[in-house]
Ligand binder design. Structure first.
Ligand SMILES: *Cc1c(COP(=O)(O)O)cnc(C)c1O
Length: 225
């Protein structure tokens, strides 16, 4: 895809987000578009930065570490979101590189994050991933585990969990999954709801998304996952 098309796609998604927000009685500035740049090289991402976009999502720590430090030197106000699973041996690098981590999903990660954040005196915002579809191949807590897990993170590790993230099953209506996640977030008085991807970000905004994660609608389809 040419850079012109990528810019057009980005502007279209931004316009859609604003339009759907307004139609749903929400303020466009209350919905943050995360441009998901996983698998795409710096030169493909660059036009979106030159166009003024600053908020990006990556799903692998190593890949992000290979491309973002150089880009951040040129665009120092970039906000980077980790949206893929985190291994505890990558926690230090993740804390150093990311501003928001969407995928806290077990005590070992919570414990390692708490330790690393203190050691680096750097405090990315943390979200808990929920496997609303109970899919064995997906990470995330089961919905019924979330309240106790978040309380444990808060009380035992002093972690300020700011919200929840989910990826509904690909072949299901995402609406009920988003609604369930919102209900749990409200119960825990959390401000952030990270829901919605290329195929369903409009529904997600209607159902209360504060962050949508959009990749292929902007960059085209990925050759690898
Ligand atoms: C890849 C990915 C996205 C973006 O998916 P698209 O369908 O390309 O918009 C969103 N969220 C997560 C967690 C992802 O891994």
């Amino acid at each position: 895809m040419t850079s012109l098309t990528i810019k057009d796609n980005l502007n279209q998604v931004i316009a859609q987000c604003a339009q759907v927000s307004i139609a749903a009685g929400r303020k466009p500035e209350d919905v943050q578009l995360i441009v998901v740049s996983k698998t795409f090289d710096a030169e493909v991402i660059l036009p979106t930065l030159q166009d003024g976009h600053r908020v990006f999502g990556e799903n692998k720590v190593q890949e992000a570490k290979a491309k973002w430090p150089a880009l951040k030197e040129q665009f120092n106000d970039v906000e980077l979101h980790l949206i893929g699973p985190l291994q505890s041996n990558k926690t230090a690098e993740a804390v150093a590189l990311f501003d928001v981590i969407h995928t806290v999903d077990r005590e070992k990660i919570a414990k390692t994050l708490a330790k690393e954040m203190k050691a680096q005196d750097k405090y990315p915002a943390l979200l808990v991933q929920v496997n609303t579809g109970l899919e064995p191949q997906k990470s995330g807590l089961e919905p019924h585990e979330v309240v106790a897990f978040v309380k444990m993170c808060r009380e035992k590790y002093n972690l300020d969990i700011k919200g929840l993230m989910c990826i509904p099953p690909a072949d299901e209506n995402p609406g009920p999954h988003f609604a369930l996640l919102k209900k749990i977030a409200q119960q825990l008085e959390m401000p952030i709801l990270s829901i919605g991807m290329s195929s369903d970000y409009r529904i997600a905004i209607e159902l209360g998304a504060t962050h949508v994660r959009v990749g292929s609608a902007i960059f085209g389809s990925r050759l690898i996952k």
